[in-house]
Design a protein around this ligand. Structure first.
Ligand SMILES: Cc1cc2nc3c(=O)[nH]c(=O)nc-3n(C[C@H](O)[C@H](O)[C@H](O)COP(=O)(O)OP(=O)(O)OC[C@H]3O[C@@H](n4cnc5c(N)ncnc54)[C@H](O)[C@@H]3O)c2cc1C
Length: 417
């Protein structure tokens, strides 16, 4: 960002955004008790789809052409921020379904694929998921070993993915596999395909109202028309999905921080120890001020990152309208695209690295302010603490994001991973 356009920044919400965000707020309030119940019983929250479908949240940034609301990235982030107050578990559903689900299809699918799949996902008839990680390929997806080969009109997939969010309920997933020439491609996979098996991963530390699955492909049959994007460019598609995934995690993390802050303030103003309320103790104020810093610094990074992501989106959508061979053009190193993508990638990594750690820090401080009252999962602060541990691992663990951010600054020859 050049200094010349700083004065043009405007984070005022429009009336349209305000109305939508109020609906999201109402939906979150209406689902709060059920979310707690599902979390404590470790069951998928079955109210998410009916409640959020009614207000269009299941396709918030998806084009109206495919049944979405067609909102910009920043509005979608503001909605995720509100949802994040209910917990990372609820927000993770949206990251998997929308950010690394629908958006991957909208961004990289051809018209026939988008028409075939997206309307059912915006209406909630079909839930989406993203399967990249494997038992031996986590931080380094380029080492994945799920294989595909061609057989007549189909691709045949063999291998294993794990930790796939929404993996037990999804009807459609994007899956990344390596071809006989060693290059990785992306596929749209229907979960009722022959040779597809999903199994719930049990005994998780947190995120208990959404499910993760281990997926096995045993000669899984995927029609050739379900190749996503250009053959051999799957890793680039996966990395572009991670820009949206990271942003969604970072936006939700702000909600977690805000909830920790508000609840800690309320508790500390009521709870009396040593003759006065906790809010009067200087060491408690230290926790509160740190939580305030966490919220404010993360908001700046996430909103700015959303604006850069929007520029990338607008550039590609514009290109799609003008050039039928837009994918080939992007693959041939379109300079403007590379610059916009690199900026969006860098800022999303920074926003996610900072916000995930800030959410965990805020949750830790909130548990401390609440003392023993937060040492039960019935208390939302305890759930924020457990769930925020996951967000500094998934969508790029902290260490890997640090290396990525540093090497983007230093240049490729300094890449430390
Ligand atoms: C709750 C949850 C939900 C998830 N959802 C999904 C999903 O929907 N879809 C999906 O595909 N995946 C998903 N994942 C997988 C997630 O993206 C991976 O767990 C993550 O990328 C890290 O990989 P790993 O767990 O194999 O850890 P590893 O890659 O083994 O890393 C272990 C540790 O080593 C560090 N490390 C790795 N490489 C380096 C290096 N070069 N230098 C220094 N340190 C390094 C890491 O930062 C980490 O701290 C999910 C994971 C979790 C826990």
């Amino acid at each position: 960002m050049s200094y010349s356009n700083i004065s043009k920044m405007n984070f005022e919400v429009s009336d349209e955004q305000k109305t939508f965000l109020e609906q999201v707020d109402q939906a979150c309030k209406s689902i709060r008790d059920h979310e707690t119940k599902c979390y404590l019983e470790e069951k998928s929250n079955d109210m998410i789809v009916p409640v959020f479908e009614k207000i269009g949240m299941l396709g918030c940034p998806i084009s109206k052409k495919y049944g979405g609301l067609g909102f910009d990235i920043l509005t979608y982030m503001l909605a995720l921020e509100r949802i994040g107050r209910e917990g990372n578990s609820l927000r993770t559903f949206f990251s998997a379904h929308v950010s690394i689900g629908q958006l991957v299809l909208q961004n990289w699918g051809n018209e026939e694929q988008k028409k075939r799949y997206l309307p059912n996902t915006t209406s909630g008839k079909s839930i989406m998921a993203f399967g990249l990680t494997e038992p031996n390929a986590g931080s380094d997806p380029s080492s994945l070993t799920t294989k595909f080969e061609e057989s007549g009109d189909n691709f045949i997939l063999n291998g294993k993915k794990h930790w796939v969010g929404n993996g037990t309920i999804a009807k459609v997933m994007t899956i990344y596999a390596r071809g006989p020439d060693g290059r990785i491609s992306a596929f749209i996979v229907d979960t009722d395909s022959e040779g597809f098996h999903a199994e719930e991963m049990k005994n998780k530390m947190g995120l208990l109202s959404i499910k993760n699955a281990e997926i096995t492909f045993e000669n899984c049959v995927v029609p050739k028309k379900n190749l996503l994007g250009t053959k051999g460019k799957g890793l680039s598609i996966a990395y572009s999905a991670l820009i949206d995934g990271r942003l969604s995690v970072a936006a939700g993390a702000i909600g977690v921080m805000k909830d920790c802050l508000d609840e800690s303030i309320a508790h500390s103003q009521k709870r009396v120890q040593h003759g006065s309320v906790l809010a009067k103790k200087q060491l408690i104020q230290d926790h509160l001020s740190s939580m305030i810093l966490n919220v404010e610094s993360s908001r700046w990074l996430v909103y700015r990152s959303a604006m850069e992501r929007q520029k990338l989106h607008d550039y590609v959508e514009n290109l799609k309208e003008k050039d039928q061979n837009w994918q080939e053009r992007l693959n041939r190193e379109d300079k403007e695209y590379s610059v916009l993508r690199s900026k969006a990638d860098r800022l999303a990594a920074i926003a996610k690295l900072h916000s995930a750690s800030a959410a965990f820090d805020s949750a830790n401080r909130a548990v401390q302010v609440f003392g023993s009252f937060a040492y039960q999962k019935t208390n939302r602060m305890a759930r924020h603490f457990l769930d925020s541990r996951a967000i500094i691992i998934y969508e790029g663990a902290n260490e890997v994001l640090k290396l990525k951010i540093a090497s983007l600054e230093l240049g490729d020859k300094y890449q430390a991973y």
